[in-house]
Design a protein around this ligand. Structure first.
Ligand code: KIV
Length: 268
């Protein structure tokens, strides 16, 4: 193992030392390599690939084979960050055995070091089953995109006090079950702060304000490559849509006007 590799004990230390954890999604080799070289702590092969790569409406159709395929590409590009793979819809809900078998594929075939799946109390036994066999689990609560139909859309969760109390309880149970970290998605800033203070493992926020132990963004949002919708919490650090579109137009125009290729761009 690369001696600079980010490991679970390093992530835990970061929480204890108050150092923020930077997490970014990636779905293929070149972008995973760039994210790793930029010093990301965790690279998440998110099931958001269903939306930002496959162009689907939500994450539900993503399959285990697709997750394994994308995790393999990402793993090949990453030398330092911890590679974390999402468990897609219905790969862990059906039974503990399925959860174990499918998580095992992401580690064994995909090269991930850890897996992530969504849910609170209902998946506590899945977390126990996987951690028992040393498969590290990041949990994911709050706005859980695989529950899009129950939630009636991508809506902020935990605004009423009953739901907020339940989320705090879920986080504590997931920690006790062995999760090494928890994603807090789409919840009020103050609730994310309370959960972060209530548990010893790191929280990773997305749409959960500035008080989590780390943050995650979807790469295509950060790069301005996904433009269909833009949640309030997304900060765009680049406009890849404009750059790519300009480059494609210039190329097309050069080809159509006989300006590309030149003699010099061919072989003698
Ligand atoms: O699938 C994903 O990219 C995620 C992040 C949004 C946390 O789960």
């Amino acid at each position: 193992m690369n001696k600079n590799r980010i490991t679970l004990p390093i992530l835990q230390k970061k929480k204890e030392n108050g150092e923020k954890i930077a997490v970014l999604t990636a779905y293929d080799f070149p972008f995973a390599k760039l994210a790793d070289e930029a010093g990301m702590d965790i690279i998440l092969v998110g099931d958001t690939l269903g939306i930002v790569v496959q162009g689907k409406e939500n994450t539900l159709p993503v399959t285990m084979d697709q997750m394994v395929y994308h995790t393999q590409m990402v793993s090949r590009g990453v030398k330092r960050a911890l590679v974390l793979a999402d468990m897609p819809f219905m790969s862990y809900q059906s039974s503990r055995e399925d959860a174990l078998k499918n998580a095992g594929r992401l580690i064994k075939e995909g090269g991930a070091a850890a897996v992530k799946f969504e849910g609170g109390a209902s998946v506590v036994d899945r977390v126990e089953a996987l951690t028992k066999y040393d498969i590290p689990v990041m949990a994911h609560i709050g706005l859980t995109p695989q529950s899009v139909h129950r939630m009636g859309g991508y809506k902020v969760q935990g605004r009423d006090s009953k739901q907020a109390q339940q989320l705090i309880k879920d986080a504590k149970q997931l920690e006790s079950a062995g999760a090494f970290s928890i994603v807090l998605e789409g919840i009020p800033n103050a609730l994310a702060q309370s959960i972060t203070a209530a548990i010893r493992i790191p929280t990773i926020g997305i749409g959960a304000g500035p008080h989590c132990d780390g943050q995650v963004l979807v790469m295509h949002d950060l790069l301005g490559l996904f433009t269909q919708f833009r949640p309030k919490f997304v900060r765009r650090y680049a406009d890849f849509t404009a750059s790519a579109s300009e480059a494609f137009s210039r190329y097309r125009s050069d080809v159509q006007n006989g300006k590309f290729p030149t003699e010099a761009e061919g072989y003698e």
